[in-house]
Design a protein around this ligand. Structure first.
Ligand code: GDP
Ligand code: MN
Length: 385
Protein backbone atom coordinates (compact mmCIF):
# COMPACT_ATOMS: atom_id res chain seq x y z
CA UNK A 1 0.00 0.00 0.00
CA UNK A 2 1.33 3.39 -1.02
CA UNK A 3 0.71 6.24 1.38
CA UNK A 4 -0.19 9.76 0.36
CA UNK A 5 2.48 12.40 0.91
CA UNK A 6 0.86 13.94 3.98
CA UNK A 7 0.47 10.49 5.54
CA UNK A 8 4.15 9.80 4.90
CA UNK A 9 4.95 13.20 6.36
CA UNK A 10 3.00 12.39 9.54
CA UNK A 11 5.07 9.22 9.96
CA UNK A 12 8.27 11.16 9.29
CA UNK A 13 7.32 13.65 12.02
CA UNK A 14 6.63 10.81 14.43
CA UNK A 15 10.23 9.68 13.94
CA UNK A 16 11.63 13.15 14.40
CA UNK A 17 12.50 13.61 10.73
CA UNK A 18 12.51 17.26 9.61
CA UNK A 19 9.33 18.07 7.63
CA UNK A 20 7.47 21.22 6.64
CA UNK A 21 4.57 22.61 8.62
CA UNK A 22 1.31 22.29 6.78
CA UNK A 23 -2.41 21.64 6.59
CA UNK A 24 -4.55 19.25 4.53
CA UNK A 25 -7.41 20.74 2.50
CA UNK A 26 -10.15 18.45 1.23
CA UNK A 27 -12.92 20.84 0.18
CA UNK A 28 -13.18 24.15 -1.67
CA UNK A 29 -15.59 25.41 0.94
CA UNK A 30 -13.78 26.76 3.94
CA UNK A 31 -10.37 26.27 2.32
CA UNK A 32 -9.33 29.90 2.81
CA UNK A 33 -10.38 29.84 6.50
CA UNK A 34 -8.58 26.57 7.10
CA UNK A 35 -5.38 27.89 5.59
CA UNK A 36 -5.66 31.07 7.65
CA UNK A 37 -6.35 29.11 10.84
CA UNK A 38 -3.20 27.04 10.26
CA UNK A 39 -1.23 30.32 10.52
CA UNK A 40 1.26 29.27 7.87
CA UNK A 41 4.06 31.56 6.86
CA UNK A 42 3.80 32.65 3.21
CA UNK A 43 4.72 31.81 0.51
CA UNK A 44 3.23 28.30 0.62
CA UNK A 45 3.29 25.25 -1.64
CA UNK A 46 0.04 23.52 -2.64
CA UNK A 47 0.51 19.84 -3.41
CA UNK A 48 -1.94 17.40 -4.98
CA UNK A 49 -2.26 14.27 -2.84
CA UNK A 50 -2.19 11.35 -5.27
CA UNK A 51 -0.24 8.13 -4.98
CA UNK A 52 2.15 8.81 -7.82
CA UNK A 53 5.33 10.75 -8.21
CA UNK A 54 6.04 13.33 -10.88
CA UNK A 55 3.31 15.62 -9.59
CA UNK A 56 5.52 18.64 -10.06
CA UNK A 57 5.75 18.06 -13.80
CA UNK A 58 2.01 17.42 -14.06
CA UNK A 59 0.92 20.69 -12.41
CA UNK A 60 0.31 19.07 -9.04
CA UNK A 61 2.78 21.29 -7.14
CA UNK A 62 2.06 25.04 -7.16
CA UNK A 63 3.29 28.03 -5.18
CA UNK A 64 1.20 30.82 -3.66
CA UNK A 65 2.39 34.18 -2.30
CA UNK A 66 -0.77 35.11 -0.40
CA UNK A 67 -3.81 33.53 1.27
CA UNK A 68 -5.98 34.76 -1.63
CA UNK A 69 -3.75 33.13 -4.20
CA UNK A 70 -3.68 29.93 -2.14
CA UNK A 71 -7.48 29.84 -1.96
CA UNK A 72 -7.83 30.34 -5.70
CA UNK A 73 -5.27 27.58 -6.33
CA UNK A 74 -7.28 25.27 -4.03
CA UNK A 75 -10.26 25.95 -6.27
CA UNK A 76 -8.27 25.05 -9.34
CA UNK A 77 -6.40 22.03 -8.03
CA UNK A 78 -9.10 20.18 -6.08
CA UNK A 79 -10.78 17.81 -8.50
CA UNK A 80 -8.04 18.08 -11.11
CA UNK A 81 -6.78 14.94 -12.78
CA UNK A 82 -3.14 13.85 -12.46
CA UNK A 83 -2.32 11.01 -14.81
CA UNK A 84 -5.72 9.40 -14.27
CA UNK A 85 -5.97 10.05 -10.54
CA UNK A 86 -8.46 12.55 -9.17
CA UNK A 87 -7.18 15.04 -6.62
CA UNK A 88 -9.40 14.92 -3.53
CA UNK A 89 -6.96 16.43 -1.10
CA UNK A 90 -4.22 19.05 -1.11
CA UNK A 91 -1.35 19.46 1.28
CA UNK A 92 -0.46 23.11 1.87
CA UNK A 93 2.98 23.64 3.40
CA UNK A 94 5.27 26.56 4.13
CA UNK A 95 7.61 26.98 1.19
CA UNK A 96 11.30 26.46 1.96
CA UNK A 97 14.06 28.44 0.36
CA UNK A 98 16.42 25.79 -0.87
CA UNK A 99 19.81 25.63 -2.50
CA UNK A 100 20.16 21.92 -3.20
CA UNK A 101 17.93 18.87 -3.71
CA UNK A 102 19.21 15.46 -2.63
CA UNK A 103 17.65 12.05 -3.15
CA UNK A 104 17.39 9.44 -0.39
CA UNK A 105 15.56 6.14 -0.14
CA UNK A 106 15.64 2.75 1.52
CA UNK A 107 14.05 -0.18 -0.25
CA UNK A 108 13.86 -3.90 0.30
CA UNK A 109 16.36 -5.37 -2.14
CA UNK A 110 15.81 -8.98 -3.10
CA UNK A 111 19.28 -9.38 -4.61
CA UNK A 112 21.29 -8.33 -1.58
CA UNK A 113 18.54 -9.72 0.69
CA UNK A 114 18.88 -6.56 2.75
CA UNK A 115 17.55 -3.03 2.97
CA UNK A 116 19.26 -1.01 0.26
CA UNK A 117 20.11 2.62 0.83
CA UNK A 118 20.06 4.76 -2.31
CA UNK A 119 21.51 8.25 -2.16
CA UNK A 120 22.22 10.97 -4.68
CA UNK A 121 23.18 14.62 -4.38
CA UNK A 122 21.37 15.21 -7.68
CA UNK A 123 17.81 14.67 -6.45
CA UNK A 124 14.58 16.44 -7.29
CA UNK A 125 12.31 16.06 -10.25
CA UNK A 126 14.99 14.78 -12.61
CA UNK A 127 16.25 11.87 -10.55
CA UNK A 128 15.34 9.41 -13.34
CA UNK A 129 17.50 11.48 -15.68
CA UNK A 130 20.36 11.41 -13.15
CA UNK A 131 20.13 7.62 -13.04
CA UNK A 132 20.60 7.52 -16.83
CA UNK A 133 23.15 10.23 -17.43
CA UNK A 134 25.20 10.27 -14.20
CA UNK A 135 25.02 6.84 -12.55
CA UNK A 136 28.24 7.73 -10.70
CA UNK A 137 26.18 10.31 -8.79
CA UNK A 138 24.02 7.60 -7.28
CA UNK A 139 25.24 5.40 -4.42
CA UNK A 140 23.55 2.11 -3.57
CA UNK A 141 24.60 0.67 -0.21
CA UNK A 142 23.09 -2.48 1.31
CA UNK A 143 22.57 -2.06 5.06
CA UNK A 144 23.53 -5.12 7.06
CA UNK A 145 20.43 -5.81 9.19
CA UNK A 146 22.62 -6.96 12.10
CA UNK A 147 24.92 -3.92 12.16
CA UNK A 148 22.43 -1.28 11.02
CA UNK A 149 23.46 2.13 9.71
CA UNK A 150 27.15 2.80 10.39
CA UNK A 151 29.38 5.81 9.87
CA UNK A 152 31.00 4.05 6.93
CA UNK A 153 27.59 3.61 5.27
CA UNK A 154 27.24 7.39 5.17
CA UNK A 155 30.91 8.00 4.33
CA UNK A 156 30.69 5.69 1.33
CA UNK A 157 27.48 7.28 0.02
CA UNK A 158 28.91 10.80 0.27
CA UNK A 159 32.31 9.79 -1.08
CA UNK A 160 31.08 7.83 -4.09
CA UNK A 161 28.77 10.64 -5.22
CA UNK A 162 31.07 13.55 -4.37
CA UNK A 163 28.45 15.06 -2.06
CA UNK A 164 29.36 17.68 0.53
CA UNK A 165 30.72 15.87 3.62
CA UNK A 166 29.78 18.70 5.98
CA UNK A 167 26.30 17.22 6.07
CA UNK A 168 27.47 13.75 7.16
CA UNK A 169 26.17 13.99 10.74
CA UNK A 170 22.78 15.41 9.73
CA UNK A 171 22.43 12.85 6.98
CA UNK A 172 23.28 10.00 9.32
CA UNK A 173 20.67 11.12 11.82
CA UNK A 174 18.05 11.24 9.06
CA UNK A 175 19.02 7.87 7.63
CA UNK A 176 18.93 6.24 11.08
CA UNK A 177 15.43 7.53 11.74
CA UNK A 178 14.25 6.55 8.28
CA UNK A 179 15.77 3.11 8.73
CA UNK A 180 13.94 2.60 12.05
CA UNK A 181 10.69 3.57 10.37
CA UNK A 182 11.46 1.24 7.47
CA UNK A 183 11.50 -1.70 9.91
CA UNK A 184 8.76 -0.66 12.33
CA UNK A 185 6.28 -0.16 9.50
CA UNK A 186 7.15 -3.21 7.39
CA UNK A 187 7.81 -1.00 4.41
CA UNK A 188 9.04 -2.01 0.99
CA UNK A 189 10.14 1.54 0.23
CA UNK A 190 10.68 4.81 2.05
CA UNK A 191 11.80 7.73 -0.09
CA UNK A 192 12.60 11.38 0.48
CA UNK A 193 12.94 13.33 -2.76
CA UNK A 194 13.88 16.02 -2.47
CA UNK A 195 15.80 16.01 0.77
CA UNK A 196 16.44 19.73 0.49
CA UNK A 197 19.21 21.90 1.91
CA UNK A 198 18.32 25.46 2.87
CA UNK A 199 20.75 28.41 2.92
CA UNK A 200 21.34 27.85 6.67
CA UNK A 201 22.52 24.34 5.91
CA UNK A 202 19.52 22.46 7.32
CA UNK A 203 18.16 19.34 5.65
CA UNK A 204 14.37 18.95 5.29
CA UNK A 205 12.20 16.26 3.70
CA UNK A 206 10.13 18.15 1.12
CA UNK A 207 8.39 15.05 -0.25
CA UNK A 208 7.84 11.54 1.07
CA UNK A 209 6.91 8.21 -0.41
CA UNK A 210 6.16 5.22 1.80
CA UNK A 211 5.07 1.82 0.59
CA UNK A 212 3.90 -0.61 3.28
CA UNK A 213 3.71 -4.38 2.79
CA UNK A 214 -0.01 -5.20 2.60
CA UNK A 215 0.58 -8.42 4.51
CA UNK A 216 1.61 -6.42 7.57
CA UNK A 217 -1.49 -4.23 7.72
CA UNK A 218 -3.05 -6.25 10.51
CA UNK A 219 -0.21 -5.11 12.80
CA UNK A 220 -0.55 -1.47 11.75
CA UNK A 221 -3.89 0.07 12.76
CA UNK A 222 -2.67 3.60 11.99
CA UNK A 223 -1.83 2.64 8.40
CA UNK A 224 -5.08 0.73 7.98
CA UNK A 225 -6.91 3.92 8.94
CA UNK A 226 -5.02 5.77 6.19
CA UNK A 227 -6.21 3.24 3.63
CA UNK A 228 -9.76 4.57 3.83
CA UNK A 229 -8.54 7.85 2.33
CA UNK A 230 -7.05 6.22 -0.73
CA UNK A 231 -8.68 5.73 -4.09
CA UNK A 232 -9.23 2.03 -4.26
CA UNK A 233 -10.94 -0.25 -6.71
CA UNK A 234 -14.48 -1.00 -5.42
CA UNK A 235 -14.09 -4.75 -5.99
CA UNK A 236 -10.78 -4.76 -4.13
CA UNK A 237 -12.57 -3.28 -1.11
CA UNK A 238 -15.57 -5.58 -1.45
CA UNK A 239 -13.35 -8.66 -1.73
CA UNK A 240 -11.19 -7.64 1.23
CA UNK A 241 -14.25 -7.48 3.49
CA UNK A 242 -14.80 -11.21 3.00
CA UNK A 243 -11.09 -12.08 3.00
CA UNK A 244 -10.60 -12.53 -0.73
CA UNK A 245 -7.75 -10.93 -2.59
CA UNK A 246 -9.02 -9.26 -5.78
CA UNK A 247 -6.29 -8.26 -8.21
CA UNK A 248 -7.18 -6.10 -11.21
CA UNK A 249 -4.87 -7.23 -14.03
CA UNK A 250 -5.61 -5.65 -17.41
CA UNK A 251 -8.37 -3.16 -18.09
CA UNK A 252 -8.76 -4.57 -21.61
CA UNK A 253 -8.83 -8.22 -20.52
CA UNK A 254 -12.14 -10.12 -20.37
CA UNK A 255 -11.30 -13.28 -18.42
CA UNK A 256 -11.60 -13.52 -14.64
CA UNK A 257 -9.60 -16.25 -12.93
CA UNK A 258 -10.13 -17.46 -9.39
CA UNK A 259 -8.31 -20.06 -7.41
CA UNK A 260 -7.47 -21.15 -3.89
CA UNK A 261 -3.81 -20.21 -3.83
CA UNK A 262 -1.64 -17.59 -5.48
CA UNK A 263 0.77 -20.06 -7.13
CA UNK A 264 -1.96 -21.81 -9.05
CA UNK A 265 -3.52 -18.46 -9.87
CA UNK A 266 -0.26 -17.36 -11.48
CA UNK A 267 0.07 -20.61 -13.44
CA UNK A 268 -3.45 -20.15 -14.78
CA UNK A 269 -2.76 -16.54 -15.74
CA UNK A 270 0.48 -17.54 -17.51
CA UNK A 271 -1.13 -20.32 -19.53
CA UNK A 272 -4.14 -18.25 -20.53
CA UNK A 273 -1.92 -15.34 -21.53
CA UNK A 274 0.38 -17.64 -23.52
CA UNK A 275 -2.65 -18.81 -25.47
CA UNK A 276 -3.18 -15.20 -26.56
CA UNK A 277 -6.09 -14.37 -24.26
CA UNK A 278 -6.23 -11.55 -21.73
CA UNK A 279 -7.00 -11.52 -18.04
CA UNK A 280 -9.14 -8.75 -16.59
CA UNK A 281 -8.80 -9.75 -12.95
CA UNK A 282 -7.72 -12.52 -10.61
CA UNK A 283 -9.15 -13.51 -7.27
CA UNK A 284 -7.46 -15.55 -4.57
CA UNK A 285 -10.09 -17.33 -2.48
CA UNK A 286 -7.59 -18.19 0.25
CA UNK A 287 -8.55 -21.39 2.03
CA UNK A 288 -11.96 -23.00 2.38
CA UNK A 289 -13.83 -23.25 -0.91
CA UNK A 290 -17.37 -23.55 0.44
CA UNK A 291 -20.47 -23.06 -1.73
CA UNK A 292 -21.24 -19.66 -0.21
CA UNK A 293 -17.74 -18.36 -0.75
CA UNK A 294 -17.61 -19.55 -4.36
CA UNK A 295 -20.93 -17.82 -5.04
CA UNK A 296 -19.67 -14.61 -3.46
CA UNK A 297 -16.39 -14.72 -5.41
CA UNK A 298 -18.14 -15.25 -8.75
CA UNK A 299 -20.56 -12.47 -7.88
CA UNK A 300 -17.64 -10.07 -7.27
CA UNK A 301 -16.10 -11.06 -10.62
CA UNK A 302 -19.40 -10.54 -12.42
CA UNK A 303 -19.63 -6.99 -11.01
CA UNK A 304 -17.04 -6.12 -13.65
CA UNK A 305 -18.78 -5.48 -16.95
CA UNK A 306 -15.57 -6.33 -18.86
CA UNK A 307 -15.64 -9.96 -17.70
CA UNK A 308 -17.19 -12.35 -20.23
CA UNK A 309 -15.62 -15.58 -18.97
CA UNK A 310 -14.92 -16.78 -15.45
CA UNK A 311 -12.46 -19.57 -14.81
CA UNK A 312 -12.56 -21.29 -11.41
CA UNK A 313 -9.62 -23.55 -10.67
CA UNK A 314 -9.83 -25.36 -7.34
CA UNK A 315 -7.32 -27.90 -6.19
CA UNK A 316 -8.51 -29.16 -2.85
CA UNK A 317 -7.40 -32.35 -1.15
CA UNK A 318 -10.41 -32.59 1.09
CA UNK A 319 -12.36 -29.77 -0.51
CA UNK A 320 -15.75 -31.05 -1.47
CA UNK A 321 -16.25 -30.50 -5.18
CA UNK A 322 -20.02 -30.76 -4.82
CA UNK A 323 -19.84 -27.63 -2.63
CA UNK A 324 -17.83 -25.85 -5.30
CA UNK A 325 -20.32 -26.91 -7.98
CA UNK A 326 -23.29 -25.75 -5.91
CA UNK A 327 -21.67 -22.39 -5.34
CA UNK A 328 -20.85 -21.97 -9.02
CA UNK A 329 -24.38 -22.94 -10.09
CA UNK A 330 -25.94 -20.49 -7.61
CA UNK A 331 -23.75 -17.67 -8.93
CA UNK A 332 -24.52 -18.47 -12.56
CA UNK A 333 -28.25 -18.32 -11.86
CA UNK A 334 -28.04 -14.61 -11.05
CA UNK A 335 -28.99 -11.88 -13.53
CA UNK A 336 -25.42 -10.61 -13.60
CA UNK A 337 -24.32 -13.92 -15.15
CA UNK A 338 -26.53 -13.63 -18.22
CA UNK A 339 -24.53 -14.07 -21.42
CA UNK A 340 -21.37 -15.09 -19.49
CA UNK A 341 -19.48 -18.36 -19.46
CA UNK A 342 -17.97 -20.29 -16.60
CA UNK A 343 -15.22 -22.88 -16.85
CA UNK A 344 -14.78 -25.04 -13.79
CA UNK A 345 -11.77 -27.15 -12.99
CA UNK A 346 -11.78 -28.90 -9.64
CA UNK A 347 -9.99 -31.67 -7.86
CA UNK A 348 -11.07 -33.19 -4.59
CA UNK A 349 -13.76 -35.20 -2.85
CA UNK A 350 -17.06 -35.91 -4.68
CA UNK A 351 -15.78 -34.81 -8.06
CA UNK A 352 -18.22 -36.97 -10.02
CA UNK A 353 -21.17 -35.78 -8.04
CA UNK A 354 -20.07 -32.21 -8.73
CA UNK A 355 -20.09 -32.82 -12.49
CA UNK A 356 -23.66 -34.14 -12.20
CA UNK A 357 -24.80 -31.03 -10.34
CA UNK A 358 -23.36 -28.85 -13.09
CA UNK A 359 -24.87 -30.96 -15.89
CA UNK A 360 -28.30 -30.94 -14.25
CA UNK A 361 -28.26 -27.14 -13.95
CA UNK A 362 -28.43 -26.58 -17.70
CA UNK A 363 -26.30 -23.43 -17.23
CA UNK A 364 -23.37 -22.36 -19.46
CA UNK A 365 -20.80 -24.04 -17.24
CA UNK A 366 -18.05 -26.22 -18.71
CA UNK A 367 -16.31 -28.73 -16.47
CA UNK A 368 -12.71 -29.42 -17.52
CA UNK A 369 -9.86 -31.69 -16.36
CA UNK A 370 -6.55 -30.07 -15.39
CA UNK A 371 -5.32 -26.57 -16.19
CA UNK A 372 -4.09 -27.06 -19.81
CA UNK A 373 -7.40 -28.63 -20.85
CA UNK A 374 -9.28 -25.85 -19.12
CA UNK A 375 -7.30 -23.24 -21.02
CA UNK A 376 -8.18 -24.99 -24.31
CA UNK A 377 -11.83 -25.06 -23.24
CA UNK A 378 -11.72 -21.32 -22.59
CA UNK A 379 -10.08 -20.75 -25.98
CA UNK A 380 -12.72 -22.81 -27.78
CA UNK A 381 -15.59 -21.08 -26.01
CA UNK A 382 -14.24 -17.65 -26.83
CA UNK A 383 -13.60 -18.53 -30.45
CA UNK A 384 -16.83 -20.39 -31.09
CA UNK A 385 -19.04 -18.29 -33.34
P1 GDP B 1 6.86 15.32 -7.08
O1 GDP B 1 7.03 16.04 -8.38
O2 GDP B 1 5.60 14.51 -7.06
O3 GDP B 1 8.05 14.51 -6.70
O4 GDP B 1 6.63 16.45 -5.96
P2 GDP B 1 7.66 17.18 -4.95
O5 GDP B 1 7.01 17.36 -3.67
O6 GDP B 1 8.98 16.44 -4.91
O7 GDP B 1 7.86 18.59 -5.60
C1 GDP B 1 8.44 18.76 -6.87
C2 GDP B 1 9.47 19.87 -6.86
O8 GDP B 1 8.89 21.07 -6.40
C3 GDP B 1 10.63 19.60 -5.93
O9 GDP B 1 11.62 18.81 -6.54
C4 GDP B 1 11.11 21.01 -5.67
O10 GDP B 1 11.96 21.45 -6.73
C5 GDP B 1 9.84 21.83 -5.73
N1 GDP B 1 9.39 22.12 -4.35
C6 GDP B 1 8.49 21.43 -3.62
N2 GDP B 1 8.34 21.97 -2.40
C7 GDP B 1 9.17 23.04 -2.35
C8 GDP B 1 9.49 24.02 -1.35
O11 GDP B 1 9.00 24.04 -0.22
N3 GDP B 1 10.40 24.98 -1.71
C9 GDP B 1 11.00 25.01 -2.92
N4 GDP B 1 11.87 25.97 -3.16
N5 GDP B 1 10.72 24.10 -3.88
C10 GDP B 1 9.82 23.14 -3.61
MN1 MN C 1 9.31 14.32 -5.12
Amino acid sequence: MKLLEYQASELFAKYGLPVQRGVVINAREGAAEKIRAAALRFPVVLKAQVQIGGRGKAGGVQFAESPEEAASLCDKMLGMDIRGLKVNELLVVEKRTITTEWYLSIMLDRYSKAPLLIFSPLGGMDIEETAKTSPDKIAKVPIDPVRGVQDYTIAYALDKTGADKRYAAQLKDIIEKLYRMFFDYYTMLVEINPLAIDPEGNLTALDGKVEVDDNALSYLPDITAYRDKLQEDPQVIEARKVNFLFIPVEEEGDIAVMSNGSGMLMSCIDLITQRGMRIHAALDLGGGATADRITEAVRIMLCRPQVSTVFICIFGGITRCDEVAKGAVAAMQSDAARGKQLILRMEGTNKDEAAKIVAASGLPITVAEGIPNSVEAIYRLKNAG
